[in-house]
Design a protein around this ligand. Sequence first.
Ligand code: PBG
Length: 331
Amino acid sequence: MNLRRLRQSRQIRGLTREIHVTPDSLMQPIFYAEGIRSREAVPGLPGVFRETADSLLKQTEADLKAGVSSVLLFGVPGEKRESGFSGEATARQISALKKAFGQDLLVAVDVCVCSYTTHGHCGVLNAEQDHVLNRESVDELAQLARVYAQAGADMVAPSDMMDGRIAAIRATLDQHNLERTLIMSYAAKFHSRFYGPFRAAADSAPKVREAASPAHAALKDRATYQIDPARPSDAFLSAQRDADEGADLLMVKPGLPYLDILARLSSEISLPWAVYEVSGEYAAIEALAEKGLIDPLRAHAESWIAFKRAGASLIITYGARNAREILKTLE
Ligand code: PBG
């Protein structure tokens, strides 16, 4: 069989390609940090910053010119609490973005409290401070989702992994006449080490590092709420449940180490699938490039093709703002 006949020129390769990545399927994560005087580079993620209110607007304007049409906003408030989060600082940036860019920009907002809490966990702790409470956490998340949606967010994206949050958020949004607000569930979110660079940007690492006592073991990391990498069936149950509770889009996160999950889930559940190319995956390519060991543009493009091949509709990536340059390498 002659397979090389179809590989012989740029033109025939282009004509026979099955997978295409276009800038309109990429979403750019952006960080707003309250109380910083000037924007700060995020270690490991070249071209990504913790923005001030001003720099957030300037960067987003540049992003739009570079072909970005959707962003995923992470807000980091200046003051941490244990409960009763207002979400105001984040809501102000949502309003500012919608006022400046209107329908030219889809604004998705991450809904979680790990950047809001003193302890860095994605929910509210019990009085003894030895575990994360589910119902109390869901109540907080639903209120935050409402505040963001009322500020103009087009989409809310809960990343906390509490049980029942999709149903609670949908009900709260509907009660407040926010039935057009989309919900993208981080449904298949694994307990991963690849979130490292992000946690510095979002100031969201769990702060009870080594459990103070065996009774506090549940708080040393996020293993009691995120999915165990060795439990693919848990990801399936979580995704099916979130679809049933009313999620409009579902997500697999991280990306490359979980392509098997993305391929299986996207063929079994017919909602649009997002994949999050997380900070550690993106930074790994950049770190190899810094050592002169890889061409980063081609490596990013290759990762994105892999996500599409595995069934992703949309890709959340720190490289969305460089998509033109990255995708040019595929021509
Ligand atoms: C917050 C959240 C995390 C990411 C997105 N939302 C980190 C975490 O769960 O610790 C990770 C994103 C990335 O690594 O790029 N719950």
